[in-house]
Ligand binder design. Structure first.
Ligand code: NDP
Ligand code: OXD
Length: 308
């Protein structure tokens, strides 16, 4: 039995070392090396090509190198009945909370407005906004959104949260799925932590933006597929939205000709809100491989029907 690692952005060596030390009897192959394909029981992957898993006839589990599994589930030929296992936190929570908190501070302290003034060499202090009047709306209150919501609330901002099922989190005003409009009406900055599923695809569109207070800002660190890019640009150009901090895009790398790159109200980062580090995440992957070897359920099995 063996494991095949596939990623175009993560180096295999730290994973080979960590997994090899804990599971010396599990051969580790870094794609394109696979050994005997019939021996492959596990894959550890980030964005494998469509159809890729079909070459391993005896697969027992697909382990994701990320928290989001939309790219894996998008494969129409994904083997049925093989569990897909995602990362649950595993070091990503703190990084995501840091990025989200930075975005909130940036927009609350009006840095997007000062950036425009700097382009014109305009020295113009703006009235400060007290933190307790600047409401943050967190979409998705799971492992990562929940940690970020608590971190942001700790900075003194009123925090609203929105999730599919109702939640109770101390210090966060929680709204369930059917209460979206009430949630949006109060959010001065919207921070997106949703998984990309058929239910959330394209959710951040003109209808949503129109329901936010005028001048609200967007931090999207979940998936590019949540955003209707043309609607976002129109909302920024009309002033309905004040600014956007975007880490994720429909096409990654973001094409050089995409208008987001040069838009004066957009900040682009290259999908780095949280980066999976073997030093932080290998322990969870190893624990899951050990559970699977014992015939137990791993942590983080994805509901393939729900898409997350
Ligand atoms: P979780 O599965 O733990 O949480 C997902 C949350 O979204 C849950 O609260 C869930 O609701 C809610 N949700 C799902 N569908 C809907 C819906 N239709 N309507 C309303 N709420 C919904 O995921 P994580 O927190 O671990 O990860 C979130 C996402 O972050 C990942 O899927 C990935 O896309 C992104 N990500 C981005 C990274 C980056 O570097 N930019 C790095 C890591 C992750 P409920 O609680 O009711 O189930
Ligand atoms: C993830 C990501 O899902 O990096 O972990 O986007």
């Amino acid at each position: 039995m063996s494991l095949v690692f596939y990623s175009r952005t993560d180096a295999p060596e730290p994973w080979r070392r960590a997994i090899g030390a804990a599971l010396p009897d599990l051969p580790f192959h870094a794609w394109p090396e696979t050994g005997d394909k019939a021996d492959v029981r596990y894959t550890l992957v980030w964005k494998p090509p469509a159809g890729w898993h079909g070459q391993f006839p005896n697969l027992q589990a697909i382990l994701s190198l990320g928290a989001g599994v939309d790219a894996i589930l998008a494969d129409p030929d994904l083997p049925a009945g093989v569990p897909v296992v995602r990362l649950v936190g595993a070091g990503l929570g703190r990084q995501m909370a840091e990025y989200a908190a930075w975005g909130v501070l940036h927009f609350h302290r009006r840095m997007h407005e000062y950036a425009l003034r700097q382009r014109e060499a305009r020295w113009e202090p703006l009235p400060p906004l007290p933190a307790d009047t600047f409401t943050v709306g967190v979409m998705g209150l799971g492992v990562l959104g929940g940690e970020a919501a608590r971190t942001i609330a700790g900075l003194g901002y009123p925090v609203l949260g929105w999730s599919r099922t109702p939640k109770r989190i101390p210090g966060i005003t929680c709204y369930a799925a059917d209460d979206l409009d009430r949630f949006l009406a109060r959010a001065n900055v919207l921070v997106n932590f949703l998984p990309l599923t058929p239910a959330t695809d394209g959710l951040l569109n003109a209808r949503m933006f129109a329901r936010l207070p005028r001048g609200a800002c967007l931090v999207n660190l979940a998936r590019g597929g949540h955003v209707d890019d043309a609607d976002l640009i129109a909302a920024l150009d009309s002033g309905q939205l004040g600014g956007a901090l975007l880490d994720v895009f429909h096409d990654e790398p973001l094409p050089a000709e995409h208008p987001f790159w040069k838009h004066p109200r957009v900040i682009v980062t290259p999908h780095i809100a949280a980066v999976t580090l073997a030093s932080e995440a290998a322990a969870q992957v190893i624990g899951n491989l050990q559970r699977l070897e014992r015939g137990e359920a791993p942590l983080g099995i994805v509901d393939r029907q729900a898409g997350y």
